[in-house]
Write a protein that binds this ligand. Structure first.
Ligand code: ATP
Length: 807
């Protein structure tokens, strides 16, 4: 059945005139004819019709205006644009126009009510639209039993059709039941039915009631049959789909059941691999039970589950850790000595201490041995000593950097419930080492931060504590891991920032840095060879002269270690490699004068001579985490009222020692021939330039005093001298720390004479022999001793005894 609107195509007939007042009035038996293409109007039916052409619009407007009926006639061939009488079916239906409307898109629609059949006798000309002379067909049905039976049948089938059309409105059923006239029933059913226009037209043209009802019934039966079949097809397709869905669900259930029964035939390859890995890992019993439980959970989990990949990663960690894997310890002290000597020049005391440590471990493998901590500036060989220890004991070596670790979880891991959780860096290090008795170097323990999320130092203590580390618990692993066989070695640049409890656990071994001679030896024996190889040079192809090497050390680097030196040597050798590769030389000899062309102008000239040769400047010696350094203390004087100003990021202790130096100088004014009134007339400014590094500590006392004495007496100090020492208010020089580093720094800076507190005399023994030989040491009991050395031309008060000594 269809209710869809049909398109009306009306065409002007020959000689049609525009609609006007002058149009001829219609004869009584004439109707305005509306030819339609796809629609058969039946009496009793209400149908919407869409109108296309202007002339039809005019016809409909005219009919609506005058309240006339129209005659709706089907066109035989919908493609004919100007149908004549023969192009139209001979029977149509008169209709009243119930509504005429124009929609906003400009199209015209009418809703028509079908009234009565008519026969079209002829088309009249002289109208601006189709007008036909017609014969209306009256109907006076005779109702007999047969008609009633047909009526029942029609109603029953139509009702059935409606049930098969779920989209049909419920009112249709009601309308159907309300129709009592048999001819109206047949017309209504066929009019509403989804049948071809020609089929419907045939029913329209059948005037005899019984024949018309039979035709309607046959059309309806056919329609019903089609609907039944199509519903059947529909159901079959639906059930096939349902079947497939059911299968999928069953399959899924089957899989779950299989997994629950432990039938892991279907289990993914990973599970099987992990199973094997657990077998091989030789975990402690407790851990193994846990691992197998987790593996079962994994196997049961659908692979698509988000937790699956997390658990898989966890299982991989668990199985890849060296629970029992270990290297065989072979501690041969003679061999260890050979390895240490082979890899490192000098460092005698340190090597001896390392060998002692190894000997104790050999004799008492399960005893508590201290944790070694190598402390010293960068590039002095801390890491490479650690590597040698690993080599000498046949153990694996792994480095774990603690610099910048602020969070306990970086050491101990995050709980597995965190997104992206991982073990802490100790466990990560263990996996990397792949051996439960590795040598683990914990780098930069002095840079361990302490943040808001727990104290990493406390976690580290647990790692290092032999009482606790056999059952170290990483948050991610959730099971204890035995760290007791690991040989821990820590490194640090400075000791001050290491927390007390941590420092107590460790045996500190200081590596203060190298002298020029030591550096030259290290370069000759290790660095040059290594860099030659790295740059693809054979030993006979390139030579660096002694003069060039010393110039590299003195003028191109200033460091305690040898890392910068290795870099510069590398730079020099690269240029040699380049020349050989280009073919411009077979052999390259690098001498001192060549350096400037290769590396550019020298980076460190004799700064001291430049800066310290005017009154008011003294050269101090400072200890810094990266080795010692020289420090210039500059004092200036402006007319004023005796104020003391200090700048240069000085700490409180250093400020106090400046105050003390000034007070002391006032008491010594006479012996130093300084006008005491000068102090009242001047403001004094002390500045300690160079770098944003905060400077603190009392050890610059002597240098402060000397700078002030030089300023106030207006005499320059000897610029080849550097000094360190605390002062008392009475003028005594008190001992200070870091002598070796400071002395080496002085030597590096081109100083020839070092002034030290007399009570530090014994510390000079730690300074390597060759450095000692290059320097003059002056030991100070009082500041007056310093003055005699620094201002030799100054008349010394007779009561002050000479104590200038050379080491
Ligand atoms: N005494 C030495 N004999 C031979 N080579 C040395 C010696 N000291 C240092 N080196 C070499 O200098 C380089 C730097 O040393 P290493 O990396 O061990 O320094 P580090 O003290 O660990 O520095 P950082 O604290 O910056 O890690 C290495 O190539 C090392 O072999």
């Amino acid at each position: 059945m269809t209710t869809e609107p049909n398109t009306v195509e009306s065409q002007p007939i020959a000689g049609a005139r525009p609609p006007s007042q002058g149009a001829a009035p219609l004869p009584d038996d004439a109707l305005i004819i509306i030819p339609v293409r796809n629609l058969v109007m039946f009496p009793g039916l209400v149908m919407p019709i869409t109108i296309g052409r202007e002339t039809t619009v005019a016809a409909v407007q005219e009919a609506a205006r005058t309240g006339r009926q129209v005659g709706i006639v089907l066109q035989r061939d919908p493609s004919v644009t100007e149908p004549g009488k023969d192009d139209l079916y001979p029977v149509g239906t008169t209709a009243s126009i119930l509504r005429y409307m124009t929609t906003p898109d400009g199209s015209h629609h009418v809703i028509c009510q079908g009234e009565q059949r008519f026969r079209l006798n002829e088309l009249l000309s002289g109208y601006p639209y189709y007008v036909g002379r017609v014969e209306r067909m009256e109907s006076a049905p005779v109702i007999d039993a047969e008609i009633e039976a047909l009526m029942l049948q029609l109603k029953a089938r139509a009702a059935e059709v409606l049930t098969l059309l779920p989209q049909a409105p419920a009112e249709l059923g009601v309308s159907l039941q309300n129709i009592t006239a048999p001819d109206a029933l047949a017309d209504w059913i066929v009019g509403m039915m989804d049948a071809k226009p020609a089929e419907k037209q045939e029913v329209l043209e059948t005037f005899e009631l019984r024949a018309r009802m039979e035709k309607a019934l046959s059309l309806l039966s056919h329609r019903l049959e089609v609907l039944r079949i199509s519903q059947d097809i529909d159901e079959r397709t639906k059930s096939r789909f349902a079947e497939r869905q059911r299968e999928a669900v069953l399959r899924e259930q089957l899989k779950t059941i299989q997994q629950q029964l432990g039938d892991d035939e279907e289990a993914p390859a990973e599970v099987a691999q992990l199973e094997e890995a657990i077998d091989k890992a030789a975990m402690p019993a407790e851990v193994e039970t846990h691992a197998r439980k987790e593996l079962k959970r994994l196997a049961r989990m659908p692979e698509a589950a988000g937790e699956y990949s997390m658990l898989l990663t966890y299982m991989e960690w668990l199985t890849e850790l060296p629970w029992s894997a270990a290297t065989e310890d072979r501690i041969d002290i003679g061999e260890a000595r050979r390895i240490l000597d082979e890899d490192h020049y000098g460092l005698e005391k340190i090597k001896r201490r390392i060998l002692e440590y190894l000997a104790v471990r050999k004799l008492n493998p399960n005893g508590k041995s201290p944790i070694l901590c190598f402390a010293g500036p960068p590039g002095v060989g801390k890491t490479s000593l650690g590597q040698s220890i690993a080599k000498a004991t046949g153990r694996k070596f792994v480095r774990v950097s603690l610099g910048g670790v602020h969070d306990e979880s970086e050491i101990r891991g995050h709980r597995r419930t965190y997104v992206g959780a991982l073990p802490g860096n100790i466990i990560q290090g263990m996996r990397k080492a792949g051996s439960s008795n590795c040598v683990m170097m914990l780098d930069e323990v002095d840079k361990l931060g302490s943040g808001v999320h727990g104290d990493p130092a406390a976690a580290l203590l647990e790692v290092l504590d032999p009482e606790q580390n056999a059952t170290f618990r990483d948050n991610y692993l959730g099971v204890p891991f035995d760290l007791s066989k690991v040989m821990f070695i820590c490194t640090a640049n400075m000791l001050e920032t290491i927390s007390g409890p941590l420092r107590d656990r460790m045996e500190i071994i200081q590596l203060p840095g190298y002298t020029e001679m030591e550096k030259a030896q290290i370069a000759r024996r290790y660095l040059i060879g290594r860099q030659m190889e790295a740059n693809g040079l054979k030993p006979e192809q390139c030579e660096i002269t002694d003069a060039a090497l010393h110039a590299l050390i003195q003028r191109y680097t200033r460091e305690a270690g040898v890392r910068g030196l290795e870099r510069e040597v590398g730079g020099v050798l690269r240029s040699a490699a380049m020349r050989i590769a280009e073919g411009s030389a077979q052999q390259v000899k690098i001498d001192e004068p060549d350096l400037e062309a290769i590396l550019g102008p020298a980076r460190f000239e004799n700064e001291v001579a430049m800066r310290a040769s005017m009154p008011g400047v003294a050269t101090g010696l400072a200890w810094t985490p990266v080795g010692g350094d020289i420090l210039f203390i500059e004092a200036t004087r402006t007319p004023g009222g005796g104020r003391l100003v200090l700048t240069g990021q000085l700490g409180d202790v250093m400020k106090e020692s400046a105050q003390a130096a000034l007070s002391l100088l006032k008491t010594r004014a006479e012996s130093l021939r300084i006008d005491p009134a000068l102090f009242e007339k001047s403001d004094i400014h002390i500045h300690v330039p160079a770098g944003a590094t905060p400077k603190d500590g009392p050890s610059a006392g002597v240098a402060m005093f000397s700078a002030l004495a030089s300023l106030m007496s207006n005499r320059a100090l000897r610029h080849d001298c550097a000094m360190t020492g605390e002062i008392s208010l009475r003028g005594l020089v008190l001992p200070v720390g870091g002598i070796k580093e400071k002395v080496l720094a002085a030597l590096r800076a081109g100083i020839t004479t070092v002034l030290l507190p007399a009570r530090n005399r014994k510390d000079v023994e730690d300074v390597p022999e060759d450095a000692r030989r290059q320097l003059t040491f002056v030991f100070l009991d009082t500041v007056d001793d310093a003055m005699r050395t620094l201002m030799p031309l100054h008349p010394v008060a007779p009561e002050v005894t000479e104590s200038l000594q050379s080491y």
